[in-house]
Design a protein around this ligand. Structure first.
Ligand code: ACM
Ligand code: ZN
Length: 525
């Protein structure tokens, strides 16, 4: 019961509590911005939105209009006021000026000046403008998140001067929908949380041993067969038979989510796992395996020995067909192809895999994995895309242009950066949000591990082993949420928050400005 209460209450607390906390009477100004901005000067007094407040755009174009509409919708939701939006260069008293200013060089940067009489936002790009509005949103009292009840609401923003831009160009959160399927509405809410905290990538882990979650027109069995498992483990050890579990996203739903994310300046990176973690695909098309099957969609968690056969041409034909449909759906320059945890057991015994090793002059099965990834990379590059893989893709040699996601610690990422490859850091010890966040006895069942908020917050991707030049290859960081033990939207949010907020600060805020006590204070803890 305690767990259930925690699960239900804590996300509500964060959704409301993290966005300001300056609601009471006689309150002082509160600057509860997460991630903390590059620079913030606090000033006395507040700007209050009034029914007659106007938003002035200089100039009015698609990008300023977009963020103005967003701000107006926040104010309308909370107060019922319909703010007027018009073009102009000057902000009269009581108004909000949103001006394109190309002197703001960082493409995600902005400046925000709040005085009692007006708010002035300047940004060089639509993303910067959008992030400025997210900051204004967090500076408002929690009432900004509540629909207007008919009671007057004083929506105010404390006076300040903010100059802001991100530390890293890649600020990501991942979600595994293979182990458990989550509804479109949950994915959108997850994207909302990301956008509020200035993340710009959503890594959507769409295929797994336990479920294939994306409709592929050319291979309908992937979702007819591969999207459902006949039962699932309940608890770490026990089994409850016949818990039928599954589902998938239609291509229309995928488009809807990609568009929704883009409207919040978030790029969705699809992950199609290969050569391992592919049992759901093999259950659908067993001829793509080394043994020919038959297989069933995974009902347990772990690593399975049946993987795509690297010796068969049909495997590459299939994957290129799948990726072609994926590329049509996802404008992201990055396509994630997994590459992790691929046992070589079947390849060692498979005549076709062994033939490939001989014919390609490969040394062993690690080099066969490298052959596999290089071949897929060549295909992606021919389509104008870039390959991302987990750090196992280093084994047997990196594909020439691959970006490495370092998860088994930071060593893989450091090695990749030394080889002049781009890197995203997502080490288990800091950024695996499926791990316990407090003592296991107080928590809903999780996969294991222990990654409390302070540990997440403490990560800093600077390494003695790397030169300044090599550090430039570290594009940023990402939190991962694997869902073997997470099956409801409430539990997902409980695991993701508040740790994703700590990751947002690792990703956005300069290390010199980070302060864990201050971070907690911004929650009102
Ligand atoms: C992973 O956690 N297997 C990338
Ligand atoms: Zn084989």
């Amino acid at each position: 019961m305690k767990n259930l209460v925690l699960i239900l209450i804590i996300p509500l607390f964060f959704l409301v509590g993290c966005s300001g906390g300056n609601g009471g009477k006689n309150e002082k100004n509160v600057y509860a911005i997460i991630p903390a901005p590059l620079s913030l000067s606090e000033m006395p007094g507040k700007f209050s939105f009034r029914e007659k407040s106007t938003i002035v755009l200089s100039p009015m174009n698609e990008s300023t209009r977009f963020s103005a509409d967003f701000l107006a919708s926040l104010v309308k939701n909370a107060t019922g006021y319909e703010l007027q939006i018009k073009e102009g260069t000057k902000a009269p008293n009581g108004s909000i000026l949103m001006a394109v200013d190309t002197s703001v060089k960082n493409p995600e940067g902005y400046t925000l000046t709040v005085s009692k009489g007006k708010i002035v936002v300047k940004a060089g790009s639509p993303a910067g403008m959008f992030y400025a509005v997210q900051t204004i949103r967090q500076l408002m009292p929690p009432e900004v998140e509540k629909p207007f009840s008919g009671q007057p609401v004083n929506l105010s923003v404390p006076c300040c001067e903010i100059k802001d831009e991100p530390r890293f160009v890649y600020r990501g959160m991942h979600l595994d929908v293979g182990r458990h399927m989550f509804p479109v509405e949950t994915i959108k809410r997850y994207i909302d949380l990301l956008a509020m905290h200035k993340f710009n990538y959503f890594h959507w882990h769409l295929t797994e041993d336990q479920g294939w979650r994306i409709e592929i027109k050319k291979y309908p069995r992937l979702t007819e067969v591969g999207a459902f498992r006949k039962e699932t483990i309940v608890g770490h050890a026990g089994r409850k038979p016949q818990v039928f579990d599954g589902g998938f996203y239609t291509q229309d739903e995928v488009r809807e989510i990609v568009k929704y994310a883009a409207s919040k300046f978030i790029t969705v990176i699809p992950e199609i796992e290969m050569p391992g973690h592919s049992l759901a695909a093999l259950a659908s098309y067993p001829e793509l395996s080394c043994t020919g099957g038959p297989f069933e969609v995974g009902t347990k968690w772990g690593i399975f020995e049946d993987v795509y056969c690297a010796g068969k041409e049909e495997t590459f034909k299939f994957l290129e067909d799948v990726l072609s449909e994926v590329i049509e759906l996802f404008p992201s320059k990055y396509i994630h192809i997994g590459g992790d945890e691929c046992p070589k057991t079947r390849w060692k015994k498979c005549p076709l895999c062994q033939k490939r090793i001989r014919e390609e002059g490969l040394k062993d099965e690690n080099e066969l994995q490298s052959y596999f990834i290089r071949r897929i990379e060549k295909f992606l590059v021919s389509k104008g895309r870039k390959l991302i893989g987990w750090d196992e893709i280093l084994e047997g040699g990196l594909a020439p242009e691959a970006t490495v996601m370092s998860w088994r610690g930071v060593a893989g990422g450091i090695e990749a950066a030394k080889q002049n490859h781009d890197v995203i850091m997502t080490p288990t010890r800091y950024f695996y949000l499926d791990y316990y966040q407090t003592e296991p006895d107080n928590e809903p069942l999780a996969i294991g591990g222990y990654v409390p908020l302070e540990t997440v917050y403490s990560f800093d991707p600077r390494f003695e082993e790397l030169t300044e030049e090599q550090h430039k290859h570290i594009l940023g960081v990402q939190g991962n949420v694997w869902t073997e033990y997470i099956s409801t939207p409430e539990h997902l949010e409980y695991m993701a928050c508040p740790r994703m907020f700590a990751i947002s600060e690792v990703a956005w805020t300069p290390a010199s400005k980070k302060d864990f006590e201050d971070f907690l204070a911004r929650f009102g803890v």
